[in-house]
Design a protein around this ligand. Structure first.
Ligand code: HEC
Ligand code: HEC
Length: 306
C-alpha cells in the first residue's frame, strides 16, 4: 500500500472489505427471518427432482447459522489483529518480514557455536579447513553466485573473485571489508573533460596501448596528453587505485569490456557499479567464513602446523 502516494486506495480497499462483511451479516439476517409461506400444504416448496426428490421449506439449521456468525466474528477480530484492512497494520504489528527475521535470528543463534570455532582462526589457517570451506561455498552459492557466478569467475561488470586482480584489494581484511560494507565503484562521465569525440577516441587508443593491445600509435600519442583527466583516479601510469576501486588499465583484465568502443563508452557514459553491503544480512562470523572462502580461491592456505 505504501506504493501509492495517497490514502485513496487504502481507504477504498478497507471500505470494500468492511462493506462485504456487513453484506454477509445482512444476507444472513434477511434469510433467517422466519420462513417463507409454503405454496403447498405438505411444507415443501413444490420443486421436485428425479421424480420424488422434494425441496422442503425449512429454515436454515441453527448450527449452520452459528458457524456463519462465528466466521464473521472471526474475520472482524482477525482484521483488528492482523494487516488486512487497506494499509492498516493490525494491532499485533505482524509482518512476513518480521517473521522471517525472527526465524533467521533463531537459526543464527543455533549456529553460533558452530561458527564460534571459525571466528577465532585467521583466514590463512581457516582456508585449510575443509569443513569451513564447504560452509563457505554454500554461503557463496546462496548469497553471491547470482552475481559473481557459481565458480566466482564473474562476468561483464561483475568481477572475477578467483583471480589475482582486485579492484579493492585481495588481502583477507580488504575482502572482509568489501563484503561487510559493500562497495560503490563510481566513474563519472568524462567526455566533457577530455574534449571532442576525436579526443575521446584518442584517449581510448592510449588506454589500449597501456596493456599493449592493438591500437593506433598516432592516436595513442595524441591521447596521452588528455589522460591527465583520468590520472586522479587511475594514476599517471594507469595502474589504478584500490582505495577508490579505480581499475588497473595496464593489465588484460577488463571488467566492462575491452576494445575501442567499450572504452569510448566508459569515458562517455561513466559507470556506477555496486557491490551490496552484507552487514545486515549475514553475521560477522558468516562474513569471516565467506571472506576466507573467497580468499582461498586465489591463494593457498598456510600449511597445517605439525
Ligand atoms: C547484486 C550483485 C552482487 C551480489 C549479490 C554480490 N556481489 Fe560482490 N560485487 C558486485 C559488483 C557489481 C562488484 C563490483 C563493484 C565495483 O565495481 O565497484 C562486486 C565486488 C565484489 C568484491 C570486490 C572484488 C575486487 O576486485 O575487489 C568482492 C570481494 C565481492 N564482490 C564479494 C562478494 C561476496 C562474497 C558476495 C556474497 C556475500 C557478493 N560479492 C555478492 C555485485 C554483487
Ligand atoms: C573519479 C575517478 C575516475 C576518473 C576521473 C576516471 N575513472 Fe575510469 N574508472 C573509475 C572507476 C571507479 C572505475 C570502475 C568502475 C566500477 O567499479 O565498475 C573505472 C573504470 C574504467 C574503465 C573500465 C575498466 C575495466 O576493467 O573494464 C576504463 C576503461 C576507464 N575507467 C577509463 C578511464 C579513462 C580513459 C578516464 C579519463 C578520461 C577515466 N577512466 C577517468 C574511476 C575514474
Amino acid at each position: 500500500m505504501s506504493d501509492f502516494n495517497t490514502e485513496f486506495w487504502s481507504v477504498y480497499v478497507a471500505g470494500l472489505t468492511v462493506v462485504s462483511i456487513v453484506a454477509c451479516l445482512l444476507l444472513l439476517w434477511i434469510t433467517a427471518r422466519g420462513k417463507t409461506p409454503s405454496a403447498t400444504a405438505d411444507n415443501t416448496t413444490g420443486h421436485v427432482w428425479d421424480d420424488d426428490l422434494r425441496e422442503m421449506n425449512n429454515p436454515m439449521p441453527r448450527w449452520w447459522m452459528w458457524l456463519f456468525v462465528i466466521t464473521i466474528v472471526f474475520s472482524l477480530l482477525y482484521l483488528v489483529a492482523y494487516p488486512g484492512l487497506g494499509s492498516y497494520q493490525g494491532e499485533l504489528r505482524w509482518t512476513t518480514r518480521g517473521e522471517y527475521d525472527a526465524e533467521v535470528q533463531q537459526a543464527n543463534k543455533e549456529l553460533a557455536p558452530l561458527y564460534a570455532q571459525f571466528t577465532a582462526r585467521k583466514t590463512e589457517d581457516l582456508a585449510g579447513d575443509a569443513n569451513a570451506m564447504a560452509i563457505g561455498e554454500r554461503l557463496f552459492m546462496n548469497n553471491c553466485a547470482q552475481c559473481h557466478g557459481s565458480d566466482a569467475r564473474g562476468s561483464k561488470s561483475f568481477p572475477n573473485l578467483a583471480d589475482a586482480d582486485w579492484l579493492y584489494g585481495g588481502s583477507p581484511d580488504k575482502i572482509r571489508e568489501t563484503i561487510t560494507q559493500g562497495r560503490k565503484g563510481l566513474m563519472p562521465p568524462m567526455a566533457a573533460a577530455v574534449g571532442t569525440p576525436e579526443d575521446v577516441r584518442n584517449v581510448a587508443h592510449y588506454v589500449l596501448s597501456l596493456s599493449n593491445g592493438p591500437h593506433d600509435s598516432v592516436r595513442a600519442q595524441l591521447g596521452k596528453t588528455k589522460f591527465t583527466a583520468c590520472a586522479a583516479c587511475h594514476g599517471m601510469d594507469g595502474k589504478g587505485n584500490q582505495a577508490m576501486g579505480a581499475p588497473n588499465l595496464t593489465d588484460d583484465v577488463w571488467l566492462h569490456g575491452w576494445g575501442e568502443q567499450a572504452i569510448v563508452n566508459m569515458i562517455t557514459a561513466g559507470k556506477a557499479n555496486e557491490m551490496p553491503a552484507q552487514a545486515g544480512k549475514l553475521t560477522d562470523a558468516q562474513i569471516h567464513v565467506l571472506a576466507t572462502y573467497v580468499w582461498s580461491l586465489g591463494n593457498k592456505p598456510a600449511p597445517a602446523k605439525p
